[in-house]
Structure formats: C-alpha cells, structure tokens
Design a protein. Sequence first.
Length: 224
Amino acid sequence: MSGHETALLGAYVLGVLDRAEQGAVQDHLDGCAACRREVDDLREMEIALGEIPPEAFLEGPPPGGELLLRRTLDEVRGERRRQTWRNRTLLATAAALVVAVALGGGALIGRPAAGPAPDAVAVVPAGTRTATATDAATGVTMAVEVRPAAGWVRVRATVSGIPAGEQCRLVVVAPDGSREQAGSWLGPESGSTTVDGAALIAPADVAAVQAETYAGQILVTTPL
C-alpha cells in the first residue's frame, strides 16, 4: 500500500482483502495516524449501518451510495471536533439515508426505532444456502449461511472450538480451488463467534466456506 488509499482502508475494515493486501494495509496503519483515524471512522460507520437488511443490497450498492457515505463521514469528523454526542445522531441519519437510497425511496426514514412487529417474518433472499460441518481432527464446528448478491455473496458463519486468541480467517472456496477471503476474527475466551463478511465471488461458484488460521492451518471446511 502506497499513500492514503481510502478504498483499500474500506476493504480492510470489511475484511475482504487477501493475505498480502491485509498485511500491506496493516503495515501502513502502524506508521500512519491519519489512516488509523480513518479506519476508526469507517468502523463506526460499519456499526451504524449494521442493521440494514442484506436484501436491500441484492442488486448491488445504491447509485451514489459511496459519495453519500463519504460526505456523511466528513460530517461526522467535523462534528467530532465540536460535540462527540452529536456523532451518534449523524451516524443514525446516515444509516437511514443509505437504506432509503438502497430501497429507492424515503419510506424508511421515519421508521420507529422500536424494532419489527412481533409477527414480522424475516425475509430470506432466494438462493440462500446453509450448511454445518465439524472437523474431526481440530474439533472446530462451523455453521454457514451464504446469501447471494449481484455477482458477490454475503457470508455469516458461527464458529465454535477455536482456541482463545487464535487469529483466524473466513475463506470462500470455488469449485476450481480459488479462494476469496470474507472476513477475519480473533478466537474468543469461550463459546462461539459469529462472523459476518462478504466475498467477491459469484453465488453459483461457492463450493465451500473454510475457517483457517493466519498460519494457513485449515480448521474446518463446510461444503455447500
């Protein structure tokens, strides 16, 4: 990574870089305070947008969405220098704006924050696949859900049996053996970990999802 490449920083936060790119960005961040602040801001934005339903993006990102997020992020930085508490309002507004753009209108802007009605039913996109597998050698279990998008996939994996503190990656595998990283995490002290990620691979080309260590040891493979 040379210079302040904000596109790479966004991909780093989402955990979709390959091993070499991830290491290059981390090396750059170690010596660049400005980019570390950028990453912190992007993580805040990611958390604020975490409640957007995945089906809102099945046809790809909304037109102008990247520019909208960039402008909102600039506003957040300015407000941080004035009053920290107002950041929460701006981030919540940004999330509502992106949902409205993604769905083609402003119908969701005024939606109450109380959550869905008791009888609401979650919408599962057509083509969603799920599977669970346990590796007999490592004892690691992984339940996977793969949701299709326009030329890429969203991946949710719940993994248990990872040693505490182990640096791990989520990898999507194609039938030809090619691999795309979909996320990364640190083994918890106890219990399971749920990892949400994305991979630039056509939904029909997903053959399996793997959890592996940063040293390259495959902990479990879940075929789909």
